[in-house]
Write a protein that binds this ligand. Structure first.
Ligand SMILES: [Zn+2]
Length: 210
């Protein structure tokens, strides 16, 4: 909360520039929001494991990459709706089974640091748009630093055993939501925690594949 208040004050004193076109005024400007809205998704599919399929709306570059970074690091919170629309369209196009939407959980310390739980905002909006139920069914018990710069094996080690199932009902099918899927280490570890709890089907949906 304090961090958020300080952030708003800083925005007043030093107005942010749009993360894509650098126009002064907001971390993501209306013109770039329009461009983002009109961006058609490519509906990409990846097999993360033989049991876990992932879908994403885009490749992680250009306008969409800037939008994800602004949403994640520059408090462009209203981008949750815009980015969620892309994920929701991808889920609908992929005809995934009726599922519960579960966010890839952030560690509480990271949420405090950021001032908002960006993936939970994204997943809630995806649930609203698809009409699927939203459940915060996983929690993250440890944070071992950002995955950027790590190879696939290091990424797997960093998320090993850090996710725990925390819902009182076990859904049959889950769609895990995240912003960007790189090697799939986080999604695979989340899926393992869901399978261990008794979930039968797990799929993943993200804005981008890096
Ligand atoms: Zn802009």
């Amino acid at each position: 909360m304090l961090r958020q208040a300080v952030g708003w004050l800083l925005d007043l004193l030093y107005p942010p520039a749009c993360a894509h076109c650098q126009r002064i005024g907001a971390a993501w400007c209306e013109s770039c929001r329009g461009r983002l809205n009109s961006l058609g998704g490519s509906g990409l599919v990846r097999e993360l494991t033989p049991n876990v399929q992932a879908v994403a709306a885009h490749k992680y570059d250009g306008l969409i990459r800037d939008a994800v970074l602004a949403f994640k690091f520059q408090r462009a919170i209203t981008l949750a709706e815009t980015l969620a629309a892309h994920i929701a369209a991808t889920i609908t196009a992929a005809s995934l089974p009726h599922s519960v939407i579960v966010p890839s959980p952030s560690h509480p310390d990271r949420v405090r640091w950021r001032g908002y739980d960006h993936i939970a905002l994204l997943a809630e909006s995806v649930a609203n748009r698809t009409g699927l139920p939203y459940v915060y069914a996983l929690k993250r018990t440890a944070w071992r630093g950002p995955q950027v710069g790590r190879d696939a094996a290091e990424r797997r080690r960093a998320v090993q055993g850090v996710f725990a199932f925390c819902s009182d009902r076990v859904p049959a099918s889950v769609i895990l939501v995240d912003d960007v899927i790189t090697t799939g280490a986080t999604m695979t570890a989340c899926a393992d925690a869901l399978f261990s709890a008794g979930v039968a089907n797990v799929a993943c949906a993200a804005v981008c594949f890096a």
